[in-house]
Design a binder for this molecule. Structure first.
Ligand code: PMP
Length: 395
């Protein structure tokens, strides 16, 4: 059996202990927030040592900071394979990016019922969302989306790239083609994809892509929306204030176009710089290496879980779709909280609950929640084996 160390060159900060008794810590909760890469922490410290407010002054530090901030946009555009004219808006996180998107979409939005609440509630509260129930297979699900889009026009199809519950990856290029055939655009919630797979919004035909820094080995507090400029420029500014406005009188205002239109107020420069640093680092490590590492760990976990009769894995689709390194399951006779506490006693950090995806958990027959283990570049096969051994104890 292949033993796997963390991805070479991917240095994450790992706490020495995960338990008051000094048990070493196995962090299996990367899908909630990935620990900062050391390279990101270094860049962040460098930027923190010399920064000032952006776009606000002619002073040297303000210029340096503005250049860093604008360079971060370009790095992120390249990281997601954006088109030259795509707008890259900095936001607080994925949730914020989708709330912003909900203010610019001129029409109905079609969404699936498997989504994280961040890609459901901003749409349903507009009153213009049409929620389609996922079917047992991806093909049937795409057919259901197609018939919804064909039944009456929609402006947007909003889908997750990878489920935060099951890790299942959706076929983005097919979904983009499907949306476009019916005159809709597509927005992709890539929160769970971008740390695991390379993505090219231009070649997949994605119109808008959103993600959060804290899921890609950068700190909390910054996220992005990347996508086509026209709707963004036509919509009212997401926030009103300085930075979004070009000319202001007491009774009139001319708003900027471009990213500035939606970024009023002093932006989170350090968050933006950190996302860019993480993007650079992930590209340097390479998604081929990351993908292989994920696959080996996931196969090891799947095989181990299959040998434990008291474990029930959660899947939304029965046709064996590709998965990122996320696995949710329940344990017969134990509540998710009991399982998570037992694992915590063994120094293993997982997530329990309903993962902000209540409709999906209910649909899968786990309305009371489940347990989720998720991996990243710092995970080793030893971490997986510790999880399996601790779960075996519950049998
Ligand atoms: N979408 C998905 C698929 C997620 O996994 C998450 C985070 N759990 C979000 C959206 C929301 O991300 P954030 O909390 O950073 O806004």
């Amino acid at each position: 059996v292949l033993a796997l160390a963390p991805v070479v060159g991917a240095d994450v900060s790992v706490p020495a202990t995960g338990h008051p008794a000094g048990v070493s810590y196995a962090n299996l909760d990367y899908a909630a927030s990935a620990p900062a890469l050391s390279a990101v922490a270094e860049q962040l410290a460098g930027a923190l040592a010399e920064y000032a407010s952006v776009h606000r002054g002619a002073g040297h530090l303000s210029q340096v900071t503005t250049a860093r901030y604008e360079r971060a946009r370009e790095t992120i555009r390249a990281f997601v394979g954006g088109r030259a004219d795509d707008t890259v808006v900095f936001t607080r996180n994925t949730t914020d990016s989708i709330n912003l998107a909900a203010t610019v979409v001129p029409g109905d939005v079609v969404v699936l019922d498997i989504e994280h609440h961040a890609n459901l509630l901003p749409w349903t509260r507009t009153g213009r969302a049409r929620v389609v129930a996922s079917r047992p297979s991806i093909d049937e699900t795409l057919a259901a989306l197609e018939s919804e889009l064909a039944s009456s026009p929609a402006a947007l199809l909003a889908v997750t790239a990878a489920s935060n519950v099951t890790g299942e990856v959706l076929p983005l290029a097919r979904l983009a083609g499907l949306a476009h055939r019916h005159g809709a655009r597509i927005l992709v919630d890539a929160a769970q994809l971008v740390a695991h797979r390379g993505v090219s919004i231009a070649s997949f035909g994605i119109d808008y892509l959103v993600f959060s820094g804290h899921k890609v080995y950068a700190p909390f507090g910054a996220g992005v929306l990347v996508g086509r400029p026209d709707w963004l420029d036509a919509a009212p500014p997401y926030l009103a204030g300085g930075g979004a406005s070009a000319n202001v009188s007491v009774d009139d205002v001319a708003w900027h176009t471009g990213a500035a239109r939606h970024e009023a107020g002093s932006p989170n420069v350090l968050g933006a710089v950190s996302i860019a640093a993480a993007a650079d680092e992930l590209r340097a490590i390479g998604f081929e290496r990351i993908g292989e590492h994920d696959d080996v760990l996931l196969r090891r976990l799947d095989a181990g879980l299959a040998a434990l009769p008291h474990i029930r894995p959660l899947r939304a689709f029965d046709d064996g779709v590709d998965r990122v390194a996320i696995a949710s399951f329940s344990v017969d006779g134990r509540t998710p909280r009991e399982v998570a506490e037992h694992l915590s006693d063994h120094g293993i950090g997982v997530r329990d609950g309903k993962f902000c995806a209540h409709p999906l958990l209910t649909k899968l027959g786990h309305a009371d929640g489940a347990v989720r283990a998720s991996f990243g570049v710092g995970t080793s096969s030893d971490d997986v084996d510790r999880l399996l051994a601790a779960l075996a104890d519950l049998g």
